[in-house]
Design a protein around this ligand. Structure first.
Ligand SMILES: Cc1cc2nc3c(=O)[nH]c(=O)nc-3n(C[C@H](O)[C@H](O)[C@H](O)COP(=O)(O)OP(=O)(O)OC[C@H]3O[C@@H](n4cnc5c(N)ncnc54)[C@H](O)[C@@H]3O)c2cc1C
Length: 246
């Protein structure tokens, strides 16, 4: 059965997200008509205005722009975490309609991989054993939706899933704040980091300071703080420099 690697694609996003957000904000503070504002907003670089709006906490304007991602090669463990984000929209590959009779992809945690080849082989063997249990239940319950829905109870948290996720910019920034923090679990942190990079390519003004709270001020984790705020700010600076050269 195949090991799966994380793949993240930005499928679609609101056209000109920075402009849309700026338009929403300018409309709040202007007597001008929408058409006139649109013309003015399109003609300008919105970077400074958007960052001023965000520093004022006028975050509702960020809800006008959305990003949709296609995500593969992530575990059901990750799924349990990401779906806690209630303001996101999800479509997830079904374990009722999709049969794993031919095997399932699985994620190997890096710490297990780092233990060496014997540990990895042991992990793979465990996956194969669970697949045997799964097919044994399918034989007794049937391979259709009715059988799959119960046979899946013996599948592991490591089992690969695929999903489409849509979040607006306000929710994305919140998601990045929690899930790019070093306190977040490694897999969802890796996913959030990839999603952030894709967002940066499209709308740097909306995402340049998105990430753990320590990028914008004090660490939010109290005594659980990793103490790496300085290094994390330096890493972000390097990312911004990289983007400014691209
Ligand atoms: C490091 C870490 C460890 C965690 N450990 C655990 C754990 O041990 N057990 C566990 O159960 N969960 C755990 N979680 C999940 C966590 O409790 C949240 O469920 C998850 O991070 C989603 O956050 P959220 O509710 O802020 O986000 P979203 O659901 O995305 O909501 C965004 C924001 O909208 C507002 N909002 C949304 N819904 C409501 C509502 N109904 N009422 C009022 N305001 C609302 C809130 O301001 C919220 O912050 C952990 C998360 C992290 C990052």
């Amino acid at each position: 059965m195949p090991r799966s690697e994380m793949k993240v694609a930005l499928i679609r996003h609101t056209l000109s997200p920075e402009e849309v957000v700026a338009l929403g904000a300018r409309l709040c503070y202007s007597r001008a008509r929408v058409d006139d504002l649109l013309e003015r907003v399109s003609a300008r670089d919105q970077t400074e205005f958007v960052s001023r709006i965000m520093s004022m906490g006028h975050d509702s304007v960020l809800e006008h722009a959305s990003f949709t991602f296609g995500i593969e090669g992530v575990s059901r463990v990750l799924l349990a975490q990401i779906t806690r984000h209630r303001l996101a929209s999800f479509s997830v590959q079904s374990q009722r309609y999709v049969s794993y009779a031919d095997g399932f992809g699985y994620i190997v945690p890096p710490k297990i991989a780092a233990l060496g080849e014997d540990a990895q082989a042991e992990f793979e063997q465990q996956m194969a054993t669970m697949h045997t249990w799964y097919t044994q239940w399918q034989e007794r319950l049937g391979t259709g939706e009715g059988g799959n829905e119960d046979a899946r109870f013996v599948l592991p948290g490591a089992c690969e899933t695929r999903m489409m996720v849509t979040m607006n910019v306000r929710e994305l920034r919140h998601f990045f704040s929690l899930r790019m923090c070093t306190r977040a679990q490694w897999e969802i942190r890796a996913l959030a980091t990839q999603m952030h990079r894709l967002c940066m390519e499209v709308a740097p003004a909306l995402f340049a300071d998105a990430g753990p709270a320590c990028l914008r001020g004090a660490c939010s984790e109290g005594e659980k703080s990793c103490g790496r705020a300085k290094a994390i700010r330096q890493e972000r600076q390097q990312l911004l420099e990289q983007f400014s050269h691209e």
